[in-house]
Design a protein around this ligand. Structure first.
Ligand SMILES: C[S@@+](CC[C@H](N)C(=O)[O-])C[C@H]1O[C@@H](n2cnc3c(N)ncnc32)[C@H](O)[C@@H]1O
Length: 383
């Protein structure tokens, strides 16, 4: 492979802002290799078209040496990236178009009866960053109505399904599977594809990403099974494996969100205890818990539910112990243990937040120890 197209390389021609707007974070070499192994394992070594519809510098074309009997096609909306890739991979056929507009095989000159494998790493953004969130609002890429979504990556999945790709071997945020709203938004993809292989890794492996909080990314090998793909319940039951060798499943635990209100309600009355909107573990890393002033993100605490909110507040104190791959999970709770520790949890949390609950006597050291053991043992059970 030419030196200039090292997988995982930074798109050097783009500023940090442009990288975020275009979702230009290129794939690390080891995941390109892994995809190659999966293609080989499934006998996809000849008479196939391998398409990367958003190829950047062409990290996935490192596979051309491994599969000389397949035809490789690259495309990107970024002309400079396409020029670089064209210089590095003369055997690959390139296009420079918006992959989400007028989506059909014809746009790449691929016949309807050709076995098509989509590979790559579609553009997606780290929605965990408010800075990046603001930047993204300024871009509104054109896309077909049937691939439209609020996220370029989810739209890309819809486009792969619209192309009727036989296999899709791509990287995408694990949140596309785990979060029901995302899963439903890309429903036309997931209902048609089964996940044959996968591995989960941290977004921090991408060169040039924020070192603050990694989010889980999955590299998955999907096979087309029209109307016999994945349902959300399959995802809930699925055991995911990380590159470090850990495994986890959504269904392995109970979550505190089952017992409280997560989002602000329209019928909110004034007064009462307020808590910041609850999303997932990664959001809690950055958000506040109890609030002493009303905001649009404030949830009014139902008094009987206060111990659960106090539990979330105490959980946040140990959140650095939660591994990156659980970042999209709701806050887990071990109900049996929690019931035994309720009083300590409430006492510690209320003492920490005198601005909300008024000044209270400091709870005994034993209460702090009980809370610590409760939270850490819960984290240990899921991690
Ligand atoms: C995450 S990078 C992946 C690049 C490459 N596939 C890899 O794995 O290294 C996403 C790429 O999508 C491209 N892109 C963004 N929007 C696009 C669009 N609407 N059509 C085609 N490419 C697009 C960006 O320019 C960027 O190169």
């Amino acid at each position: 492979m030419p030196k200039s197209a090292t997988p995982g390389q930074h798109p050097v021609h783009l500023s940090a802002r442009e990288r975020i707007l275009q979702g230009s974070f290129y794939t690390p070499a080891r995941y390109v290799q892994l995809v190659g192994e999966w293609l080989r394992e499934h006998g996809l070594a000849k008479n196939c078209v391998v398409l990367d519809p958003s190829c950047g510098y062409g990290a996935f074309f490192a596979l051309t040496d491994m599969f000389p009997q397949n035809l490789f096609i690259g495309n990107d909306i970024d002309q400079t990236a396409v020029s670089q890739a064209t210089a590095d991979f003369p055997l690959v056929k390139f296009f420079c178009q918006n992959t989400l507009c007028n989506v059909r095989r014809e746009m790449y000159g691929i016949a309807e009866d050709t076995k098509l494998i989509v590979v790559g790493n579609p553009p997606y953004n780290d929605t965990t960053s408010q800075y990046q969130g603001k930047l993204k609002q300024t871009t509104k890429p054109l896309m077909d109505a049937d691939v439209k979504s609020r996220d370029l990556g989810l739209s890309s999945l819809l486009a792969y399904s619209k192309l009727k790709a036989d296999y899709v071997a791509i990287l995408h945020p694990l949140a596309y599977l785990l979060k029901k709203t995302n899963f439903q938004a890309a429903g036309a993809f997931f209902t048609n594809y089964q996940l044959l292989h996968h591995v989960v890794f941290s977004s921090q492996e991408f060169a040039g990403t924020s070192k603050a909080a990694g989010f889980p990314v999955i590299v998955g090998f999907y096979e087309r099974h029209p109307n016999c793909g994945l349902g959300y319940d399959d995802v809930r039951q699925m055991t995911f494996t990380t590159v470090e060798g850990n495994s986890f499943s959504l269904s392995q635990f109970r979550y505190v969100s089952e017992f409280i209100r997560k989002y602000p309600s329209r019928s909110c009355t004034s007064g009462g205890i307020l808590f910041y909107t609850l999303r997932d573990i990664n959001a809690l890393r950055r958000s506040r818990t109890f609030l002493n002033k009303p905001t649009t993100n404030a949830v009014q605490v139902v008094p009987e539910q206060l111990p659960y909110y106090c539990y979330i507040d105490c959980f946040k104190d140990y959140i650095d112990k939660v591994p990156y791959y659980l970042g999209n999970f709701d806050i887990p709770i071990d109900l049996k243990q929690f019931d035994r520790c309720r009083d300590a949890v409430v006492a510690v949390s209320q003492w920490k937040h005198s601005e909300v609950f008024g000044v209270r006597p400091k709870p005994p050291a034993k209460a702090f120890q009980t809370v610590r053991e409760l939270v850490l043992s819960t984290i240990l059970q899921i991690a």
